[in-house]
Design a protein around this ligand. Structure first.
Ligand SMILES: Cc1ncc(COP(=O)(O)O)c(C=O)c1O
Length: 364
């Protein structure tokens, strides 16, 4: 079976990681040690920001960003419904109210014109989601946010290494959240996440809040949470960061090949903004006959899947936050199909997938 994602690690990287894990075990320091400090510095440099603060997962990276920015009970936060539900869970967990905006039909990211219609005096922040590694059109988002005194927290959980107008996503707002969930472009061997920011005060606060709100040992000046990126995960991520750009380039190549070979078919891929450089965390496409296609591919030993099968606003847990319809979101959730993409996908298998999709549509 050709899987949707393949997390196999090659021997060279596996050996390096094993060595790193042994070093942590030998150091006997498992939390808040040298490996975390080193990874935070490397990741901040990679994104092009002053600070990176390792946390337990991407959801907590969003939560801590919101909390450190003073956004909480009763505040409204603009975001999208076509994303991981954890984007909205972070908002709700902080006592704030998610306000779901529609998305752009071509890029599948937040539609600023729609967001503009949904603000009121309680609106305090906007969380644009770089969906599937495709950067949002940040210029109009930043302009809109500035005009309305909104904090911008990028949800970069799926977009490690993606660029917008030459800058890394994760460096464009007040803060950004990354997830290192194992399937992400940069994935840990468990849960992990990080916040990036250029704001020193914010960085200091998030560092404090991830550690229960302690300002010194056993002294809690704030109510924080318990969400630290541990030494073993930081050590693993430090090694995997070294290969991220090569792996992202491979994803870009694979995506290009899919697109050029399937251009005459009734398949619509996610479009990017002019100067954006996506990293294809997932390769999704709008396919009307998706259920039949997924079945057909499965029969041919190819895994494809639906992402996301339900918009957040369709789900019972979020019903009380739904105000009105999101037509583009609703249309896309009926069509989006994810096709296999991962750095180790061989060109031979890629050709096979492409051939089978063409067979399904009866195209030579
Ligand atoms: C867009 C988006 N936001 C938030 C999250 C939450 O990250 P995590 O699973 O690390 O908490 C994820 C990952 O699941 C995600 O893809």
């Amino acid at each position: 079976m050709i899987p949707l994602v393949d997390l196999t690690i090659d021997k060279k990287l596996r050996d390096k990681i094993t060595k790193e894990i042994t070093q942590v075990v030998d150091s006997k320091k498992y939390i808040l040690g040298a490996k975390l400090e080193s990874f935070e510095k490397k990741f901040a440099k990679f994104i092009g920001v002053k600070y990176a603060i390792g946390v337990g997962n991407g959801t907590d990276a969003l939560r801590l960003s919101l909390r450190a920015l003073g956004i909480g009970r009763g505040d409204k936060v603009l975001t999208v419904s076509l994303t991981s539900p954890f984007t909205a869970i972070a908002v709700v967990e902080e006592g704030a109210i998610p306000v779901f905006c529609d998305i752009d039909e071509a890029t599948w990211t937040i539609d600023v014109a729609d967001a503009r219609k949904r603000i009121d005096r309680k609106t305090r922040a906007i969380i644009p989601v770089h969906l599937f590694g495709n950067p949002c059109d940040m210029s109009p988002i930043l302009k809109f946010a500035k005009e309305n005194h909104l904090k911008v927290i990028e949800d970069a959980c799926q977009a490690h290494g993606a660029k917008y107008q030459g800058k890394m996503v994760g460096s464009l707002g007040a803060a950004a959240a990354f997830s290192f969930y194992p399937t992400k472009n940069l994935g840990a061997f468990g849960d992990a996440g990080i916040v990036t920011t250029n704001n020193s005060k914010l960085a200091k606060m998030i560092k404090c809040l991830r550690h229960g709100g302690q300002t010194k040992r056993f002294w809690h000046s704030y109510i924080g949470i318990n969400s630290r990126l541990d030494e073993i995960q930081a050590a693993i991520l430090g090694q995997k960061l070294k290969v991220l750009e090569v792996e992202n380039k491979k994803r870009v190549k694979i995506a290009k090949k899919y697109k050029s070979n399937l251009s005459r078919l009734p398949i619509v891929f996610q479009k990017k903004y002019g100067r954006a450089e996506p990293v294809f965390h997932l390769l999704a496409a709008r396919i009307r006959l998706r259920n039949k296609l997924i079945k057909f591919l499965k029969k041919n030993n190819i895994a494809a899947d639906i992402y996301y099968p339900h918009a957040i606003t369709e789900q019972p847990a979020f019903r009380k936050f739904v105000s009105d319809e999101l037509p583009v979101t609703e249309m896309l959730t009926k069509e989006l199909t994810a096709l296999p993409i991962y750095p180790r996908l061989s060109y031979q298998n890629l050709d096979f997938i492409i051939r089978k999709i063409k067979d399904f549509f009866n195209v030579k």
